[in-house]
Ligand binder design. Structure first.
Ligand SMILES: Cc1cc2nc3c(=O)[nH]c(=O)nc-3n(C[C@H](O)[C@H](O)[C@H](O)COP(=O)(O)OP(=O)(O)OC[C@H]3O[C@@H](n4cnc5c(N)ncnc54)[C@H](O)[C@@H]3O)c2cc1C
Length: 454
C-alpha cells in the first residue's frame, strides 16, 4: 500500500518505526521530522582521545524482547561490530557508609561474599521472597507497597528503593507496579508470531550465536550511535528518493487533526504542511501537548499533561590510570535516597567494556540529581570507594532535563485513554511512552506497526 507515514522524532523509537514501515510497506512514503541536527536522540557517543564515551545509554541488555532489534541489526549489517560486555560477579548498593555487594552470578564466591557483607538471614529472606515474586496475586497498583508485601519493608528500603531511586531518581512508592513490573503492554503481543515473521540471515545467526551466546549486554565497536546512524543509512540506501523525506532541524509544530496534516517549522522559520495517513509521535508528551494546542481534544491534552518526567545529570569521567580498588568487580553501584548523598549511582564503563578505552585507563559514569560541582562528585566517589581518586583527564557533563518518565500509579490507565482517543485519528503514540529499555522500545515500535498491518 502506498500510505503516507509521518514520523516525528528521530531517536531510536522513531527510527525503528521508519525501519519497520519500510519492511511492511515497501512502497509507502516516509517523512521523518527531527528538531535537532542529527538522528539518535538520547543515544550520543562522544569520542575524546581514545575514549569512547556514551553520554546516554551505554549498553544494550540481552533479554526476552530482543528479536525485532536483532532483526534490524541484521538488516542494517551492524553485527560484525558487536562488542560484548565483560560480566562482573557483583553489583553494589551504598548503604550505611559502605558499598554492599549483591551477587550477580550464582557461585560460591559471590554468595559467600554476600553473606559476609549482609548476614545469612538476608540471603534467606531474598530466596524466600522469590516464589512470591513469581506467583504474585496482589491488590495494589503501587510498586512500593507491592514490594513491601513480598520482600518486607526492610529489604524493599535497602534494595528496591536503592535500585529504583538510582535508576529513575524516583521512589518505588511513586512508581506504578503495572508499568514497571508486569509489563502487561509487552506481554499482550504474541512472541511466537513475532519469531515467525522476523527471520535472521544465516551469517548474522552464526555471529550472534558466537559472540552473544553468553553475553548479557553489548554495544558496537564505534559506540552505540552506530545504531541510529546505520538505520538512517539503510533507509536512504533502500528507498526511492520520492519515498523518503528526512527533515533535520525541523520541529513538529502543530497537528491539524481533522485534515490529517502536520505543520512543521525549520530553523529558518519556514513553515510547511505535510499530509499523513498515519502519524507517529516519538517525542516527549510535553511536545505532543504543544503540537495539539489548537485542537479541541481537551481530555486527551489533559491526560497528556498528567505524564510527569524526571531529570538527571550524568558525568563521564576518564583517567589515564586504573583508579578502582582491585576488589571492585561490579557493573557499578546505586545509592539509597536515605543515605544523603548527591550521587544516585556510578557505572564502571571501563570494567564492562575495556576495549572501548585505552589500556590501563578508567572510565566511569556518575549520575546525580542536583547540579553539584565536580569536586563534590569526586569527593563522594572517593569516600564510597574508600580511595582518594586523582584528578581526571576528562569530564563530560550532561543535563538530561525531564527525560525519564515517572511511571506513577494510574499511568497505564491514563496512557490507554490517550491511545484510545487518538486511535481513530490515525495518530500513534511512540514506544517511548511505555519503556526506556532499548530492545523493548524496538519491540513495541515493531508490534505497533504490525497491529496496523493486520
Ligand atoms: C543517561 C541515560 C542512560 C541510559 N541508559 C540506557 C541503557 O544503558 N540501556 C538502555 O536500553 N536504555 C538506556 N537509556 C534509555 C534510552 O537511551 C532511551 O530510552 C532511548 O534512547 C529513547 O529513544 P526515543 O526515540 O524514545 O527518544 P529520544 O532519543 O529522546 O528521541 C526523541 C527525538 O525527538 C526529537 N524531538 C523532540 N521534540 C521534537 C519535535 N517537536 N519535533 C521533532 N523532533 C522532536 C528529539 O530531538 C529526539 O531526537 C538511557 C537514557 C539516558 C538518558
Amino acid at each position: 500500500m502506498s500510505y503516507k507515514f509521518v514520523v516525528v522524532g528521530a531517536g531510536l523509537s522513531g527510527l525503528s518505526n521508519a525501519f519497520f514501515i519500510k519492511q511492511l510497506y515497501p512502497k509507502a512514503k516516509i517523512t521523518l521530522i527531527e528538531s535537532s541536527n542529527r538522528v539518535g536522540g538520547m543515544i550520543t557517543t562522544r569520542k575524546e582521545n581514545q575514549f569512547i564515551c556514551e553520554e546516554g545509554p551505554r549498553s544494550i541488555k540481552r533479554g526476552k524482547y530482543d528479536r525485532p532489534l536483532f532483526y534490524m541489526i541484521d538488516k542494517i549489517g551492524l553485527y560484525p561490530e558487536f562488542v560484548t560486555g565483560v560480566q562482573q560477579p557483583y553489583s553494589y548498593v551504598y548503604w550505611n557508609g559502605g558499598l554492599k555487594s549483591i551477587p550477580q552470578q550464582i557461585n560460591l564466591q559471590t554468595i559467600s561474599r554476600f553473606i559476609k557483607d549482609n548476614g545469612k538471614d538476608e540471603l534467606l529472606n531474598l530466596i524466600k521472597a522469590y516464589p512470591k515474586i513469581l506467583f504474585n496475586n496482589q491488590e495494589s497498583d503501587n510498586l512500593g507497597e507491592y514490594l513491601d508485601e513480598i520482600l518486607g519493608k526492610e529489604l524493599t528500603q535497602k534494595y528496591a528503593e536503592t535500585v529504583f531511586y538510582g535508576l529513575f531518581g524516583e521512589s518505588v512508592y511513586k512508581l506504578s507496579k503495572n508499568m514497571c513490573f508486569s509489563k502487561i503492554h509487552m506481554a499482550s503481543y504474541d512472541e511466537q508470531q513475532l519469531a515467525k515473521d522476523l527471520i535472521y540471515d544465516a551469517e548474522f545467526e552464526q555471529i550472534r550465536i558466537k559472540k552473544l551466546r553468553k553475553a548479557n549486554s553489548y554495544k558496537f565497536t564505534y559506540g552505540l550511535d552506530s545504531l541510529p546512524k546505520r538505520i538512517l543509512r539503510y533507509l536512504q540506501d533502500n528507498s526511492k528518493v520520492e519515498n523518503l523525506d528526512i527533515q533535520l532541524n525541523t520541529k513538529g509544530k502543530e497537528i491539524h487533526i481533522e485534515q490529517r496534516q502536520l505543520v512543521t517549522e525549520n530553523d529558518n522559520k519556514e513553515i510547511k504542511k505535510i499530509e499523513y495517513d498515519y502519524l507517529f509521535l516519538n517525542v516527549p508528551s510535553s511536545e505532543i501537548v504543544h503540537m495539539m494546542e489548537n485542537s479541541t481534544l481537551n481530555e486527551i491534552k489533559e491526560d497528556l499533561k498528567k505524564i510527569k518526567n524526571n531529570s538527571m545529570i550524568t558525568r563521564n569521567i576518564c583517567w589515564d590510570q586504573k583508579i578502582l580498588p582491585p576488589d571492585f568487580r561490579g557493573l557499578g553501584y546505586l545509592i539509597n535516597p536515605n543515605q544523603n548523598q548527591n550521587m544516585l549511582g556510578m557505572v564502571a564503563d571501563s570494567l564492562q567494556f575495556p576495549n572501548q578505552f585505552p589500556k590501563g585507563s578508567t572510565s566511569l559514569t556518575v549520575m546525580t540529581i542536583k547540579d553539584v560541582n565536580d569536586d563534590q562528585v569526586l569527593e563522594e566517589l572517593s569516600s564510597h570507594l574508600g580511595i582518594k581518586v586523582q584528578d581526571p583527564k576528562l569530564i563530560i557533563k550532561k543535563h538530561w532535563m525531564n527525560s525519564f518518565i515517572q511511571f506513577q500509579p494510574g499511568y497505564l490507565e491514563n496512557l490507554q485513554r490517550i491511545e484510545k482517543g487518538l486511535e481513530n485519528k490515525k495518530i500513534i503514540i511512540g514506544a517511548n511512552h511505555y519503556t526506556m529499555v532499548i530492545p523493548e522500545l524496538v519491540y513495541l515500535s515493531y508490534s505497533k506497526m504490525k497491529q496496523l498491518y493486520v
